[in-house]
Each structure stands twice: as structure tokens, then as C-alpha cells.
Design a protein around this ligand. Structure first.
Ligand SMILES: [Zn+2]
Ligand SMILES: [Zn+2]
Length: 129
């Protein structure tokens, strides 16, 4: 599985892997790494990572920007994700709960949910208060 990783990709992965609970816009990422990677390279790499399933595209907080969330394969393999429409924070639904939801949908709707691509949107506890 180890694939050649460019220096740019490595920097991006390092930056994003510490932020699995956040949703970050492509612009924010480009800005944070602007002294190391050119903007066009950031965008190109993000598109590649999305295609490879390492990034999930989440709701866009009102603007036209593309918002991403990093998918940590170890943490995220079995969970579903809840995305807060207000603060953009991502919550990792506990695996047993996610699993029973997936099974129920499959059983009752004959629908096979793609967990990796599924994000449920709503308002989180912090934003509700
Ligand atoms: Zn997760
Ligand atoms: Zn929130």
C-alpha cells in the first residue's frame, strides 16, 4: 500500500491528520500552508485526496467554498459522521450505533449505505445551547 508520497502531499496529510474533527475549507488549508505549498498544488492535492477517499467533502457553510474533512482510516472506518451546520465540527458517531443504523437501513429499505460518503447534518450540542 505505501505509495510514493510527494513532499506536498506529506505536508498536507500532516496538517489535516491533526484536524479530523474539523471541517476546513480549501482556502484555509491553502492559507495555512502558503509558505510551503503553492495554492494550485494544494488544490490539486486536495482533489486527488478526495478522489482517493482520504478527504470527505462536507456542507459548505453558506459560501461557495469547498469544505473538507480528513478521513482517518483508523478512527473512521466504522463510524458515520455528524456534521454541525453552525460550527462545522464533525462528530464521529460511535461504531456500534453507526453499524446498527446501517443494518437497519439495509434491512428495512434494502438500501446499502456508503458509510464513507455519508454525512448527517444538523446542529451540535454546543451550538444548541
Ligand atoms: Zn470518523
Ligand atoms: Zn456546532
Amino acid at each position: 500500500m505505501p505509495k510514493y508520497m510527494t513532499k506536498q502531499r506529506k505536508l498536507l496529510t500532516e496538517y489535516l491528520s491533526g484536524r479530523t474533527d474539523e471541517s476546513i475549507s480549501a482556502n484555509q488549508i491553502a492559507e495555512a500552508l502558503s509558505d510551503k505549498i503553492s495554492k494550485s498544488a494544494v488544490y490539486r492535492n486536495l482533489a486527488d485526496m478526495e478522489a482517493e477517499g482520504k478527504l470527505r467533502r462536507v456542507a459548505n457553510k453558506g459560501g461557495r467554498e469547498v469544505i473538507y474533512q480528513y478521513v482517518d482510516e483508523n478512527v473512521c472506518r466504522d463510524c458515520l459522521h455528524l456534521s454541525c451546520k453552525k460550527c462545522g465540527k464533525t462528530y464521529h458517531m460511535r461504531a456500534p450505533l453507526a453499524q446498527s443504523l446501517v443494518e437497519n437501513i439495509q434491512k428495512n429499505e434494502s438500501f446499502e449505505l456508503d458509510k464513507g460518503k455519508t454525512v448527517l447534518y444538523g446542529i451540535c450540542k454546543d451550538c444548541k445551547e
